[in-house]
Design a protein around this ligand. Structure first.
Ligand code: SF4
Length: 435
């Protein structure tokens, strides 16, 4: 008899994606097959996001869609941040769902499926444990170094969903990177809610810099990328390590959320505008050529045009290489709900549009400065619909959110590094030929 199959619909951030990959690992180890499409699966799992309004809506719509398109005998389970946050309400509102669980706990959903006596019992389990099933391209992988967050940012519901900060051990992380590299992964993207807080709960001698040193010493992974850094605990040891290694990408994703003193205080970010400027200056001088990515939040309660001007000054001064923005979403249970009405959504959208317009100009100027340079890139794949062209990324670009390099000429292989010369630039992409 064919083994039962599972398909997971993943929503939200890369941390949720790692949970989805681990979920697949649990079920594959138990002998389930993976169904490529939801309609083919014995069990469909919707791994939801519950961070902000738009994400919650997307998750609910996906659940309703699964219920409406359920195939004969198919079981539907819901997991992730939305169900972690609203379990009882959702269970009442969408009774058609067969099983509700919260955020990923190793083996938890599998145990519940087993004890649900739905008859989804594979005849034989896998002979070895499968920790996770990569759902990204096979040459890069997200690597969660911790779960949860101890910070108190006014607008953020994550600590209430994912709990307090818990670091994984260095041994676990190093072993996972070794396994991933052994499976062909060339780029390990370190993720967390708060990357720079790594190890603070593990005692003396633990931290992001010591972890990176172990990764460099005990693995051969060619590229390590740092994302979701919080603008704190970025010591000279970390800057020197990144500056001194060609295996740690000259890249730092550090969401700043705002640039005005008043807004940073209201958001309870725990640092000052001047503190941010000093930190950005230290990073730029400590790691020459680093690509700085950040994210800003517009329309927070009380934000004035003066506050927006201060943010734009920081953008002009720092000239971020990569920048994303979103508008404030009032989240129940967060401190921001006590701070009065958000800014008129139209004004917030207008500020976001002005910010992104200026950023596209800065991004074009910075990209044009790369024309003529020879850079190492990781080839992500064949460009869509163009068999002789390839998409790649430099160390200055994370997958899915940043720029790509379109290789116009020359042979290269997906999942492999190659050297290219930059021959053209647009706001958010580069053009290159293989050298
Ligand atoms: S650092 Fe702030 S914004 Fe980020 S997850 Fe923690 S509380 Fe939320």
């Amino acid at each position: 008899m064919k083994a039962p199959s599972i398909h997971v619909v993943n929503l939200g951030c890369s941390k949720n994606l790692v949970d989805t990959e681990r979920l697949y690992g649990d079920f594959l180890t138990a002998g389930f097959r993976v169904a490529d499409f939801p309609e083919q699966a014995s069990l469909v799992v919707v791994n939801t996001c519950g961070f902000i309004e738009a994400a919650k809506e997307e998750s609910v719509n996906e659940i309703l869609d699964r219920v409406a398109n359920r195939t004969e005998g198919q079981k539907i389970a819901v997991a992730g941040c939305l169900s972690q946050r609203y379990l009882d309400d959702l269970r009442k509102e969408i009774p058609e769902v067969d099983l509700w669980v919260g955020t990923y706990q190793p083996g938890d959903l599998l145990e519940k499926v087993r004890s649900a006596s739905w008859g989804l019992q594979p005849e034989c389990a896998s002979t070895n444990r499968i920790p996770r099933l990569l759902t990204t391209a096979q040459h890069f992988a997200y690597l969660k170094v911790s779960e949860g967050c101890d910070r108190v940012c006014s607008f953020c519901a994550i600590p209430g969903i994912r709990g307090g900060h818990v670091s994984r051990t260095g041994d676990e992380i190093v072993q996972e990177i070794r396994d991933l590299h052994g499976a062909g992964v060339q780029e390990a993207i370190l993720i967390a809610q708060d990357l720079t807080y790594y190890g603070k709960d593990l005692g003396k001698g633990h931290g992001l810099a010591p972890l990176l040193r172990r990764i460099l010493d005990e693995t051969e992974i060619p590229w390590v990328r740092l994302t979701y850094a919080y603008p704190q605990f970025i010591g000279d040891d970390l800057l020197e390590l990144v500056a001194g290694s060609d295996r740690i990408c000259k890249y730092l994703d550090m969401p700043l959320q705002h640039g005005s003193e008043r807004m940073l205080q209201a958001m309870r970010r725990g640092h000052t505008r001047q503190g941010l400027r000093d930190l950005l200056g230290r990073i730029r001088s400590g790691i020459p050529g680093i690509s700085l990515r950040t994210t800003f939040l517009l329309g927070f309660p009380g934000e004035t045009e003066q506050d927006f001007d201060e943010l734009m000054e920081l953008v002009e001064e720092t000239r971020f290489d990569r920048l994303g923005g979103f508008t404030f979403s009032p989240e129940e249970g967060t401190h921001s709900m006590t701070l009065g009405d958000p800014v008129d959504p139209e004004i917030a959208q207008d500020r976001l549009a002005r910010l992104m317009r200026r950023q596209s100009e800065i991004s074009l100027e910075l990209n044009e400065e790369k024309i003529g340079r020879t850079l190492k890139v990781l080839v992500d794949g064949v460009a869509e619909g163009q068999s002789h062209r390839f998409d790649a990324r430099t160390e200055f670009d994370a997958p899915e959110v940043d720029n790509s390099v379109q290789i116009l000429d020359g042979d290269c292989e997906p999942g492999r590094f190659t050297e290219v010369r930059i021959v053209g630039a647009t706001e958010y992409d580069l053009e290159a030929v293989v050298v």
